[in-house]
Design a binder for this molecule. Structure first.
Ligand code: ROI
Length: 163
């Protein structure tokens, strides 16, 4: 049995040259410890902000990694990447951000920890997660057995476009 888990990550940025932020994030993911350096990444997408509308459009992508890291160790490292790339955590809920890395799926695991919920609590509703995910994993199932493909019927594109 492989010790490596297949993990899907959501990447989002809408400040300070967001395309550049996403590219730097991908480079940082390739350099994660205990993680295969081959990282599969979707196309980059432009999306309308979810939450307050008085902020720039987002650039979003989804990445797939294979890692031996434990979920909380991966979370700590992705948060470090966010900080290294200049994100300043603000109190404002759903405000603009230079870079956001969300753990969407961690193998088949279901985790409800104080700092980490997997699958990501809102991923089934977010077009900027579902469509990039479908691109790199068209046959993916959620731990509850739901096919990601099915979500195309319920999640409108809402202006999502490939960059
Ligand atoms: N909206 C979009 N379009 N993309 C995001 O990555 C994103 N991330 C967020 C909130 C503020 C919810 N809105 C977003 O955290």
């Amino acid at each position: 049995m492989s010790l490596y888990q297949t993990v899907y990550l959501g990447l989002g940025a809408n400040l300070n040259d967001p395309i550049d932020q996403i590219h730097h994030a991908i480079a940082a993911l390739k350099a994660l410890p205990d993680t295969n350096s081959e990282v599969k990444v979707s196309t980059l997408y432009s999306s309308k902000p979810m939450g307050p509308q008085d902020q720039p459009d987002y650039v979003n992508a989804v990445a797939c990694i294979h890692t031996r890291l434990q979920p909380l160790d991966l979370l700590a490292l992705t948060q470090k990447i966010e900080l290294d790339l200049g994100r300043i955590r603000k109190d404002e809920r759903w405000g603009p951000r230079t870079l956001d890395i969300d753990i969407l799926l961690f193998g088949e695991q279901v985790l409800n920890l104080p700092t980490l919920s997997v699958p990501h609590y809102d991923m089934k509703l977010r077009e900027f997660v579902i469509y990039p995910l479908l691109e790199i994993a068209p046959n993916l199932l959620m731990p509850d057995g739901l096919a990601i493909k099915e979500l195309q019927n319920t999640v409108p594109l809402n202006g999502l476009t490939k960059i």
